[in-house]
Design a protein around this ligand. Structure first.
Ligand SMILES: [Zn+2]
Length: 341
């Protein structure tokens, strides 16, 4: 059921997509001219529409009614949407890695005429996960571009793609979607204005996160984050709820603490805004205004800024895979020490 809802929320055509107008226009123009490059690389943060755009491009290349976009109605568009079109193939990491046999499959199929459609399209998701031999194997295909096939790589980490691969692809940047566009889209889908605004502020430009946003779960998370933040700001012994994080397994720890760090950062930002006398309309958590004003009484503006810095440092530490004990220590000690900075 959830899968079905997600399916319905996906953009069907370039015209229906939100954000990334520049990338969409470049793709539409190349379709119009019949000059879509044989290899493309879409990069940008997760959830901003790279895979949607790749699928729409695959549909448009095979669409029976339209040339520069997908009609969404013809048999090809529908089959691609339902993932049953034999000429459009998605390659995803298996156990965090894209292996050479997955790329060999592309190598074998790319030079053959399409089975039912006009073009074969291979979409490599999270291309940064190709291991060395998979990357080298793909490079061979890119060096001899197949006539009937297009290869679309997507990644949120452009730097980990081999320069030799990058140099053979047309590279398109996908940027986070603006809060205004996310709010508008959510309202269009029936979310009320205040909720749509709060969600748009919390998802950091990711349309996917906005569409999958679970309000009740988010409320729970914000409550949890607020308790954790209060216990840190008030000092003394960290709350028991806080200690349990350092005893968690690595995967669970990352999943639980990362969203909390993001929310705590958003509380810090709000306190900074409130203390600088900015208008309430800019707050990320407008419904926490009073609670944050109270908390702001025990922090100076400088302390709030230091705290935000600590949270951002902790997020960076997580990305660098620093062990969780060090991370929790940094968070506790530095936040409590903020007065001495
Ligand atoms: Zn169509």
């Amino acid at each position: 059921m959830i899968e079905k809802v997600k399916e319905q929320k996906k953009s069907l055509s370039f015209d229906e997509m939100t954000g990334n107008e520049r990338a969409r226009n470049i793709l539409k123009r190349s379709l119009q001219r019949g000059k879509v490059p044989s290899s493309l690389l879409f990069y940008g943060p997760q959830g901003v529409g790279k895979i949607d755009a790749a699928l729409i491009l695959a549909k448009a290349l095979n669409c029976l009614h339209k040339r520069e976009d997908a009609c969404g109605e013809c048999s090809s568009c529908k089959a691609i949407k339902s993932n049953v079109f034999p000429d459009v193939i998605k390659i995803e990491a298996e156990k965090d890695e894209i292996k050479i046999n997955q790329i060999r499959m592309i190598k074998q199929a790319a030079y053959l005429r399409p089975m039912t459609g006009k073009k074969r399209v291979f979409i490599i998701e999270q291309a940064e996960r190709m291991n060395q031999s998979a990357s080298n194997s793909l490079l061979k295909v890119l060096e001899e571009p197949p006539l009937f096939s297009h290869i679309i790589l997507t990644t949120d980490n452009l730097f980990s793609i081999l320069p030799t691969i990058k140099s053979r692809c047309q590279i398109l940047k996908f940027a986070p979607i603006s809060e205004y566009d996310i709010q508008k889209k959510l309202m269009h889908m029936g979310t009320d204005e205040e909720r749509a605004k709060i969600i748009s502020l919390l998802v950091q430009g990711s349309m996917r996160r906005a569409l999958e946003f679970d309000w009740d779960e988010a409320e729970e998370q914000r409550k949890k984050a607020f308790r954790l933040f209060s216990s840190l700001v008030e000092g003394g012994k960290p709350a028991d709820s806080f200690k349990k994080y350092s005893r968690m397994r690595k995967e669970n720890f990352e999943q639980s603490i990362k969203p909390l760090l993001e929310i705590i950062s958003s509380f810090c930002r709000d306190i900074i805004l409130l203390k600088s006398g900015s208008s309430g309309s800019l707050l990320i958590n407008p419904d926490y205004r009073e609670a944050l004003q109270e908390m702001g009484k025990i922090m100076t503006l400088k302390e709030a800024i230091v705290s935000l810095g600590v949270m951002e440092e902790c997020t960076r530490m997580m990305e660098r895979n620093i062990n969780r004990k060090n991370l929790m220590n940094t968070m506790t000690i530095e936040l409590m020490d903020r007065k001495n900075v």
